[in-house]
Design a protein around this ligand. Structure first.
Ligand SMILES: C=C(O[C@@H]1C=C(C(=O)O)C=C[C@H]1O)C(=O)O
Length: 473
C-alpha cells in the first residue's frame, strides 16, 4: 500500500481487509504517515479520554507514544512469560493489518510491563496493586524515527458498517496530531511537598545493608543488589510528562519510559540498561554494573578492583545463563564507560544469534540479571523478599515491546518512580560484593536518589547535600 492514499482508497483497502478476516469480528489495524511530530509532546492528544498511556523515548532514536487498550492481559504467577508470549502471538496473529508495508517503526506492537517478582507478595504490609505482567495492544500508536513519523490505529471491528467509522476515526486523529499543540509541556515543574521529605530511608537501608554485607562476606551469596524506596507526599499530583521531558534533557543516552496504568497511577523513569534488543534474530543485552559520579574520573572506575570484580560477575553470569539455554554469546574483552546523566557505569555489551527463541523466552532467561538481583540468582531473590521492606513492583523489572515482525526491545526499569495520587516513590539499589561497606553503598544509593531528584526538579536541601558528596567507594 503506498503511503499517501486518499480517504476512499484507504476505505477500499480496509473493506478488503475486513473481508479477509477469519472470524466474525477482527482487530483492524491501519497506519498513516503524519508530519514529523514528537511523540512525547503529542502523547496527550492520543491519550485524551484513554485510561492507559505509554511512552518509549530514545529520541533522537526511536520514540513511541501509545494510548488506550485495544486488547490487554493482566496476570500473576510462574508462567507469566510463556502466557505473555502466547498473548502476543495470538493478538498480533489475529490483526488484519491494512498497512503491511508501513515501515518498521510503525509495525503493530504489544507493550509489556512486568513486576520484578513473578508473584505479587501476599504479605499484608505490601499494598497489592501491580499485576506481575501487563500486556497491551494499544488503540493508538505514534512513532518517530529519523525524522519520519507515523500514526497507527488498532480497533476491534464487528460489522462491515463499522469499517467506515474506523477509517474516519483514524483520519480525524491524523488531523489532530498534525495540528500544532496549543500548550507546551512545562519541563520544569515546581513541585510542592505536603510534608517535608524525610531521609528515613537511610536508617532502614543501613539495617538491610548490614545483613546483606554479612551474606556476601560469609560467602552465602556472591552478590546481592539491595534496593530502597524513598517516598514523598506532594501537595498535588504531578505530571509525569513534564518530568520525562526533563529526563530527556539530562539523560540523552537512556531510554525514558512511562507506563500510565490509570489516571491515578504512573510508573516512569530513564533506564540506562538494555535487558535485550532483538533485531532480525540477533540479540543484544547489556551488562551494566559498577558506578561512579560523573564528576569523578571514569578511569578510576576502570581500575577499581571491587567494581571490576562486581562487573565481571554480572558479565559471566549473563553469558552462562545464555549458554545454558543453547545460545552462543560473545562479548567485548573489557568493559567500557557508559555515561548517563550524572552517573558513570561499567558497560559490556553481549551479543548472540537467537534464532528459534521467542522474545519473552529470552526475557525469562535474562531476568533478573545479577546487576539488579544477585548471585546465585534464586537464593538472592529469596533474600530480597526477606530483607527489603517494600515491594519492588516494576522496579528493576522488564519493560518494553514486541513488534509484529518478532523484533523486540526491553529495558531494565531502574532510575524510576511511581506516582499514585499525591504520593511519589523513588527507587534505587546498589550491588554488594565481598568488600562492600555500609557507608559506600549508602553513598551510592544517595547519589542515585540525588541525581534522580535533581533531574525531576525535586530539589530540597537534604538531597542537595547528598549530591555534593559524590565520591563512591
Ligand atoms: C540497581 C540499580 O542499578 C544497577 C546497579 C549498578 C551498580 O551496582 O553499580 C549499576 C547499574 C545498574 O545495573 C539502580 O540504579 O537502582
Amino acid at each position: 500500500m503506498k503511503a499517501n492514499l486518499t480517504f476512499s482508497e484507504i476505505l477500499q483497502a480496509s473493506l478488503r481487509g475486513w473481508n479477509s478476516r477469519r472470524a466474525d469480528e477482527c482487530v483492524l489495524s491501519l497506519a498513516l504517515p503524519i508530519d514529523t511530530i514528537d511523540p512525547l509532546k503529542q502523547l496527550s492528544v492520543i491519550a485524551d479520554q484513554q485510561e492507559f498511556s505509554f511512552l518509549w523515548d530514545q529520541s533522537p532514536g526511536l520514540s513511541i507514544a501509545a494510548a488506550g487498550r485495544c486488547q490487554n492481559l493482566e496476570l500473576i504467577g510462574q508462567r507469566r512469560f510463556e502466557l505473555a508470549q502466547r498473548f502476543s502471538d495470538e493478538t498480533l496473529g489475529r490483526i488484519v493489518d491494512i498497512s503491511v508495508s508501513a515501515p518498521k517503526q510503525a509495525k503493530p506492537r504489544i507493550l509489556f510491563a512486568f513486576t520484578f517478582f513473578e508473584q505479587i507478595s501476599d504479605e499484608k504490609r505490601f499494598v497489592k496493586t501491580t499485576p506481575a505482567v501487563q500486556a497491551v495492544l494499544p488503540r493508538w500508536q505514534l512513532s518517530r524515527q529519523a525524522g519520519v513519523s507515523w500514526l497507527r490505529f488498532n480497533s476491534v471491528v464487528a460489522h462491515e458498517a463499522d469499517v467506515r467509522r474506523f477509517v474516519e476515526e483514524c483520519w480525524l486523529m491524523r488531523e489532530n496530531v498534525n495540528k500544532p499543540l496549543l500548550t507546551e509541556l512545562s519541563s520544569k515543574t515546581n513541585i510542592g511537598f505536603a510534608k517535608s521529605p524525610s531521609q528515613e530511608w537511610q536508617n532502614s537501608y543501613r539495617l538491610t545493608l548490614e545483613k546483606g554485607i554479612e551474606l556476601v562476606n560469609t560467602g552465602e551469596l556472591q552478590k546481592l543488589v539491595l534496593a530502597v524506596r524513598q517516598s514523598f507526599l506532594l501537595s498535588e499530583p504531578l505530571d509525569p510528562l513534564g518530568m520525562l521531558e526533563s529526563l530527556r534533557r539530562y539523560q540523552r543516552g537512556s531510554c525514558r519510559f512511562l507506563w500510565k496504568r490509570s489516571e491515578d497511577e504512573s510508573f516512569f523513569g530513564a533506564s540506562p540498561e538494555r535487558l535485550l534488543s532483538i533485531n532480525k534474530e540477533n540479540l543484544q543485552t547489556d551488562a551494566l554494573a559498577g558506578t561512579a559520579g560523573a564528576d569523578e574520573n571514569g578511569l578510576d572506575l576502570l581500575k577499581s578492583e571491587k567494581n571490576l570484580r562486581e562487573h565481571e560477575l554480572v558479565v559471566s553470569s549473563i553469558q552462562n545463563q545464555l549458554i545454558n539455554k543453547g545460545l552462543d554469546p560473545s562479548r567485548i574483552r573489557s568493559p567500557r564507560l557508559a555515561r548517563h546523566g550524572h552517573l558513570i557505569h561499567l558497560h559490556t555489551p553481549i551479543k548472540s544469534s537467537c534464532k528459534g527463541f521467542s522474545p519473552l523466552q529470552l526475557v525469562e532467561i535474562l531476568h533478573p540479571t545479577p546487576a539488579v538481583a544477585g548471585l546465585p540468582r534464586n537464593k538472592s531473590i529469596q533474600w530480597l523478599r526477606t530483607l527489603e521492606p517494600f515491594d519492588r513492583e516494576g522496579y528493576a523489572a522488564p519493560i518494553g515491546w514486541v513488534d509484529s515482525s518478532g523484533d523486540a526491545e526491553f529495558r531494565v526499569a531502574i532510575r524510576c518512580a511511581y506516582t499514585r495520587g499525591n504520593n511519589l516513590h523513588l527507587m534505587a539499589g546498589a550491588g554488594l560484593v565481598k568488600g562492600s561497606t555500609i557507608e559506600g553503598e549508602l553513598q551510592e544509593v544517595g547519589l542515585k536518589f540525588a541525581v534522580l531528584a535533581n533531574q525531576l526538579d525535586l530539589n530540597f536541601e537534604s538531597q542537595e547535600k547528598f549530591a555534593r558528596r559524590r565520591s563512591i567507594t
